[in-house]
Design a protein around this ligand. Structure first.
Ligand SMILES: Nc1nc2c(c(=O)[nH]1)N[C@H]1C(S)=C(S)[C@@H](COP(=O)(O)O)O[C@H]1N2
Ligand SMILES: [Mo]
Length: 225
């Protein structure tokens, strides 16, 4: 279901959505097993909320998905899905926490540690940060190189022990376990090593670049749910 349709059903304007993840609260579509999606329209339903900053995102499959690692690296490379599947996989079980306050406890994510992809590319000495781009054509994110090398950072191929589905950013999304979920870029298509941090989509609207859960965004006491 497209965002406009959801908004229309709720009788809300588009302006509120454009303002940011806080204000999306209540108009997000929960991605649930309900094929109609209608259960997800109930605010505070407890599950994941669906976020996209664009109205529609192309579908990518094993046949046409690619992930490029470039920028300040010795060996720029473009992976297909099968290449990523053939690499060492790591499974993490951690709470998902959105900056708006909703949380999904103990969610398994599985994929390639970002550190492994950085090592394979050979990070050059001038790089201090990583920029992520997405095949939705709009969303971007960033991490410092130190953050990117942390254990809890995966190029995730699985979520809840199943392939990451399209709504959740499949076939490949970023997962940054220790940070608010806006760092976990969906529909990941590019990893670029940069000389300095290039702020991401929501960060350009004032959200913290260092988005540690519980230590940023002034929402540390936000109620969950
Ligand atoms: N490409 C892309 N990635 C994104 C977003 C987005 O709008 N576009 N939203 C972010 C935010 S604010 C959240 S809370 C999560 C939501 O992930 P979900 O839709 O799988 O629940 O994705 C993050 N990654
Ligand atoms: Mo979010």
């Amino acid at each position: 279901m497209g965002r406009r349709v959801v908004l229309g059903m709720l009788g809300l304007g588009v302006a509120g959505v454009a303002a940011g993840p806080y204000l999306q609260r209540g108009v997000e579509n929960v991605v649930s097993k309900d094929p109609t999606g209608l259960a997800g329209l109930l605010p505070g339903g407890g599950g994941f909320r669906y976020y996209s900053v664009v109205d529609s995102v192309p579908t990518r499959t094993a046949e046409n998905y690619t992930l490029t690692v470039d920028g300040l690296v010795d060996h720029p490379v473009t992976y297909k899905l099968a290449d990523l599947q053939a690499m060492r996989q790591r499974r993490i079980v951690h709470d998902v926490q959105c900056v708006t306050g909703w949380r999904v406890p103990a969610t398994p994510f599985e994929g390639v540690p970002l550190a492994d992809l950085l090592d394979a590319a050979g990070v050059r000495s001038g790089a201090t940060a990583v920029r992520f781009s997405c095949f939705d054509g709009s969303y971007t994110e960033s991490l410092t190189l130190d953050q990117a090398r942390q254990d809890g950072v995966l190029v995730a191929l699985k979520m809840q022990d199943a392939p990451v589905n399209h709504a959740h950013g499949g076939p490949v999304r970023l997962y940054v376990a220790p940070m608010y979920f806006y760092k976990s870029a969906k529909w990941l298509s590019g990893i670029t090593l940069t000389p300095t941090v290039q702020t991401g989509y929501w960060e350009n609207y004032g959200y913290d670049v260092d988005a540690w859960v519980g230590r940023s965004n002034g929402r540390d006491d936000a109620p969950t749910g």
